[in-house]
Design a protein around this ligand. Sequence first.
Ligand code: GDD
Ligand code: MG
Length: 354
Amino acid sequence: EFRPVILCGGSGSRLWPLSRELLPKQFIRLTGERSLLQNTVLRTLRHAGAARPMLVCNAAHRYIAMEQMQELDGAAPGGSDVELLLEPCPRNTAPAIAAAALRATRDGDDPVMLVMPSDHVIEEGPALDEAFELAHQAASEGALALFGVRPTAPLTGYGYLRTAAGARPWQTVEAFIEKPDAERAAAFLREGGYYWNSGMFAFRASIFLHELGRLAPDMMASVREAVLKGSGDDAIFTLDPRAFGACRSDSIDYAVMERTDSAVSVPLDAGWSDVGAWDAVWDIAAKCPQGNSSSGDVMIDDSRNCLVHSTHRLVATLGLDDIVVIETADAVLVAHKSRTQDVKRIVETFRSQH
Ligand code: GDD
Ligand code: MG
């Protein structure tokens, strides 16, 4: 059995203007009736033989998180029964996972954690079950297991890993490179033998804490203090703002996976997408024969391969190819589909101006 830890503290700024500070993408109903977070929780309960999930999120999002969990009542046994771990400020994934591991071991347990990002879409089926089972086995034996996805393009937003066959049914990670530049990513694809890191991890809580303590002792000390001085109970726990605020910000990928010798990779061949930007949303969306995907009050005429989303007004397009239009109450994005990875730049620019 896994102890699932679901990370939902990201900002999802490449999905602006739908993804906002107060409603980041994991809480948005992007692909249908449920949000990415809700689907992640259900997926975990269905496929990971999982105990009560722990949600780690920014304290500012506690109410939306609670509300979305309540909506899952009845959708899965124990669907809404989660433990909330609240961060007073974002410090990226390494401190978030460390805090979760410390909380998960508080009664002397040492569960195998399944760390799940909440910004993915995965096809559910036997391939996923199999991957989870292998990862559980590897983690029980003391490895830091990750899930390797076969890369399809030299994208720079992912971690890459090179693997070697070992004596066990999983592979040894020989090298891990987080977010390489375009040149290196292209070289990895040419060379072959590289996988993308899916962003999900499985390990024993104590093993992760030991590795982080060795590789980032300062971070470990801050998180330990933030848990020690934190407040709450089994349902909701808030990390101490001062101690957590003093913690260095870093992701598990840079802080641990690039530097550990204990990583292994389990192949994940299950239709995985991280819905990082609007082009990925278009990829996985239902489309008409002309390749357009629309939602809301939209009229599309003589246009191909567009993504058009409206929330407040009628949006009409004419003679467009490969264009993304996202209309919201107070902001509209019009972008070429090939440039949607750069939407982050717009958000960063006006964040620095206001
Ligand atoms: N609780 C919490 N606190 N969660 C966070 C925080 C934080 O400070 N920052 C990010 N998260 C959550 C996000 O909501 C997301 O679900 C997950 O952690 C991963 O963070 P991202 O910011 O989306 O990471 P990434 O996409 O750039 O990179 C990671 O995922 C890729 C695959 O999608 C890395 O693991 C890459 O190596 C990997 O390829
Ligand atoms: Mg991501």
